[in-house]
Design a protein around this ligand. Structure first.
Ligand SMILES: O=C(CO)[C@@H](O)[C@H](O)[C@H](O)[C@H](O)COP(=O)(O)O
Ligand SMILES: [Zn+2]
Length: 199
């Protein structure tokens, strides 16, 4: 019974990944170009999301600042989910909705990228961060699901939308982390050449 449930999770996740590859290859490659143009011209990536997506934002930043699979120069990325003093002060003094947008206004500059993660596309603090990024003339790379929610209708033509075609949060998150690894690999391939790190 329990093993059957586990088998079903693996099967559903694998099916979605096969299906989503067709839809997402283009926006993921657009995300690679956007992020590469940003970091090679002195810009930085700010990343945000809630819960599992906060972990994804940090996972992405760790691979940019540290490394993904190959040695390369450090790339500028900051997760906006980690400074508990900023998060608690802004949530306490203003509202939880503003914990990311105030950091985007403080740190964001024209040419930077906001990596915005929300499986529903409806988290108010991520929406406010996107609005702040637009004010700062940043490009937004949004990772969403469930049709994109409110974030889908907020994005501009110059932004990138990686919208996982699924309704379930866990499945969407599993594709988000795959997309993040594809972005890291794509940036490395553009910077270092296409050699396979694990031949
Ligand atoms: O990881 C999970 C569920 O798999 C949760 O922590 C989940 O991320 C949280 O409920 C988030 O608050 C959901 O926000 P969002 O993806 O809709 O923006
Ligand atoms: Zn989760």
């Amino acid at each position: 019974m329990l093993e059957q449930r586990i088998l079903q999770h693996f099967a559903d996740s694998a099916d979605l990944k096969y299906q989503a590859a067709q839809v997402l290859a283009r926006p993921i490659s657009q995300a690679v170009q956007a992020v590469l143009a940003c970091v090679t011209s002195g810009g930085k990536v700010l990343a945000c999301g809630n819960g599992g997506s906060a972990a994804d934002a940090q996972h992405f930043s760790a691979e940019f600042v540290g490394r993904f699979e190959r040695e390369r120069p450090e790339l500028a990325a900051i997760a906006l989910t980690t400074d508990s003093s900023i998060l608690s002060a802004v949530a306490n003094d203003y509202a939880w909705d503003r914990v990311f947008s105030k950091q985007v206004r403080a740190l964001g500059q024209s040419g930077d990228v906001l990596l915005a993660l929300s499986t529903s596309g409806n988290s108010a603090n991520v929406i406010a961060a996107i609005e702040a990024a637009h004010e700062r003339e940043m490009t937004v790379v949004a990772l969403t699901g469930r049709g994109g929610g409110r974030i889908g209708s907020l994005l501009r033509e110059t932004d990138v939308h990686i919208c996982v075609p699924h309704e379930r949060t866990a499945r969407i998150q599993e594709v988000h982390i795959l997309a993040i690894h594809c972005i890291c690999d794509g940036v490395d391939a553009q910077l270092l050449g296409e050699q396979d790190p694990n031949p």
